[in-house]
Design a protein around this ligand. Structure first.
Ligand code: PA5
Length: 355
């Protein structure tokens, strides 16, 4: 395995100057903290006549919505949609609950969607760290959960996800989640012993995958539902923490188009490495598809498989995404990149603010 200085604590600390690794280490602890403050703040959803839930947000603040949809869709009494734009879908009206999520509270698309939800008479709830969204929620007497600030939005995943999860569970839209949350925290605590910077590359799967992906374009394959939400999170974390392109696609759909692309002549394929994320209980035909695809169809692009840990769906989901949190930071650090800054996002927001 190449030495990418991932076992050199001084170098890691110097490059990771804003301590993204510390924030990732803290993710398991966000879950019980968020459970406590969400219950204390006592926000509830009204379920009478409710037909749909729309979670509206962007980037790091939409990620919790993806996880919620991936986790809860199978059990939720109403459909869950994630909206990532200024406008809301046409069906949104008084029978819809719109949960507007923005860590900064200043994301213009989310503010526009919030206003539209109010104008259409939807039940509206806000999850935010502050900013303009909090100001408007207070002004409009809209129920809101205020989350701890001081992190990058993507590093506040637990703080943003758990309130949305509890809104559904505590209103009876999905079965109660306390036990699954406890198991998730246990699994994450165990995993971080393995994935954290102190564990050398020889025993650390996240560092090993970072070495495997160094100099390559990661493509993350997953199956619909839980692992799809984790895979998209891997993609966006690799984008933001490693400043690298990354792409995600899902079984069985990728068997109907993407696999044909792994035949392109020339050097392009040398750049691609596929990581497959796998939940525990797969549809048997999906298991067969993964086997044939990885062993026979991806050729040299086939990389490694990452298997979910834990029993409950929530623990499995978080176990998969937690490897991606660490891997993405290590990949950035292997390039000598500080994983925290997102200069291009800030540059774009500044330019848009000019009018
Ligand atoms: O990672 C990031 O900084 C972005 O993806 C932000 O989350 C995104 O731009 C939206 O901002 P906010 O999360 O503050 O609403």
């Amino acid at each position: 395995m190449r030495d990418l200085y991932l076992d050199d604590p001084v170098r890691l600390r110097e490059t990771d100057s804003s301590d993204m690794l510390g924030a990732i280490y803290g993710l398991p602890d966000q879950l019980p903290a968020a459970l406590a403050y969400t219950r204390t703040q006592g926000v509830r959803l009204g379920t009478e006549g409710l037909l749909q839930i729309v979670i509206t947000g962007l980037g790091g603040s939409a990620a919790g919505g993806d996880l919620l949809r991936g986790y809860a869709a199978a059990a939720c009494k109403v459909p869950i949609f994630v909206n990532r734009q200024y406008e809301l879908p046409a069906f949104v009206g008084p029978a819809t609950c719109v949960i507007a999520v923005s860590y900064s509270g200043n994301t213009e698309e989310t503010l526009a969607a919030y206003e539209e939800a109010r104008a259409r008479g939807a039940q509206t709830v806000v999850i935010t760290g502050g900013g303009e969204l909090l100001r408007r929620a207070e002004r409009d007497s809209v129920p809101h959960v205020v989350v701890p600030t001081g992190l990058q939005p993507r590093a506040a995943l637990g703080y943003l996800f758990v309130p949305a999860l509890l809104l559904l569970a505590d209103s009876g839209l999905i079965p109660e989640v306390d036990e699954e949350l406890s198991e998730t925290v246990e699994v994450l605590h165990r995993l971080r012993g393995l994935l954290a910077p102190d564990t050398p590359t020889a025993h650390n799967p996240a560092k090993q995958i970072a070495c495997h992906l160094h100099g390559k374009i990661p493509v993350i394959h997953s199956t619909a539902g839980l692992t799809e939400a984790a895979a998209y999170r891997w993609k966006t974390q690799i984008n933001e923490n490693a400043n690298s392109p990354a792409y995600a696609h899902v079984y069985p759909e990728l068997n109907h188009n993407e696999i044909v692309g792994f035949d392109v002549p020339g050097a392009a394929l040398e750049l691609i490495r596929v990581i497959t994320l796998r939940a525990r209980d797969l549809h048997p035909r999906i298991g067969k598809r993964i086997e044939i695809t990885t062993q026979e169809l991806l050729g040299p692009c086939n990389g490694v498989e990452v298997r979910a840990e834990g029993e409950s769906p929530l623990a499995q989901l978080f176990s998969l995404l937690y490897v991606g949190e660490y891997l993405s930071a290590y990949l950035g650090l292997s390039y000598g990149i500080d994983p925290t800054p997102v200069q291009k996002i800030e540059q774009l927001k500044r330019r848009l603010a000019e009018g």
